[in-house]
Write a protein that binds this ligand. Structure first.
Ligand SMILES: CC(C)(COP(=O)(O)OP(=O)(O)OC[C@H]1O[C@@H](n2cnc3c(N)ncnc32)[C@H](O)[C@@H]1OP(=O)(O)O)[C@@H](O)C(=O)NCCC(=O)NCCS
Length: 167
């Protein structure tokens, strides 16, 4: 499998197919297509297997309400691994490679606790970060400092790009 740190415009159909097939609704596929068209993606990483895209991770910038920060804080997501390759360690290796590649201060995400905890993510509440109003989303909200103290003085409500809030 080949890690691709620079998915280009021509990968759009592959990304769309992967996201439609591996999420219960079209939300993630439409979200990524909109973010790509409006050039809001900070980075997009792919995993290719014999010409098929079997993994995808997109990153966007996030802001913290009321905090004027120079730090690079990115939101990770969506992330998907093709169903035929899930639960075989592929996502873990891909995530490690992806996090090693980006040069940022911190990463936040909404996702499966068991998966991301294995990669150093902590409940975002430990850093005083909040995401949504409902407790389900809050309990799935995680943060990773890329260096110790990166999120010091950064407590507050995290705001993603507007497209994340459209149904
Ligand atoms: C979540 C996902 C990216 C993980 O990739 P993966 O290649 O399956 O992960 P790995 O094989 O490296 O690690 C597996 C571990 O991740 C966790 N995990 C994987 N899928 C999970 C799920 N649907 N729910 C909860 N935990 C999950 C478990 O801890 C699992 O360990 P186990 O197999 O011993 O139970 C992948 O399953 C996926 O794309 N799912 C569908 C899309 C999705 O839900 N994306 C959102 C991610 S937040």
């Amino acid at each position: 499998m080949r890690f691709d740190p620079n998915l280009d415009a021509e990968s759009a159909p592959n990304i769309d197919h992967l996201l439609r097939a591996n999420f219960p609704t079209e939300f993630e596929a439409n979200l990524v297509s909109g973010l790509r068209n409006s050039r809001k993606m900070c980075a997009e990483h792919g995993l290719w297997d014999h010409g098929s895209l079997v993994g995808y991770i997109g990153y966007t910038r996030v802001r913290i309400e009321g905090v004027d920060s120079k730090r690079q804080i990115w939101g990770l997501g969506p992330m998907a691994i093709d169903s035929a390759h899930q639960r075989q360690g592929v996502g873990s290796k891909f995530l490690t490679e992806s996090l090693d590649y980006i040069e940022v201060d911190a990463v936040v995400l909404v996702g499966h606790a068991e998966f991301y905890a294995k990669h150093g993510f902590r409940p975002a509440s430990e850093f005083g970060l909040t995401y949504g109003d409902d407790s389900t989303r809050e309990s799935a909200f995680f943060a990773l400092e890329c260096w110790k103290g990166a999120l010091d003085g950064h407590a507050g409500h995290v705001l993603y790009e507007d497209a994340f809030y459209r149904e």
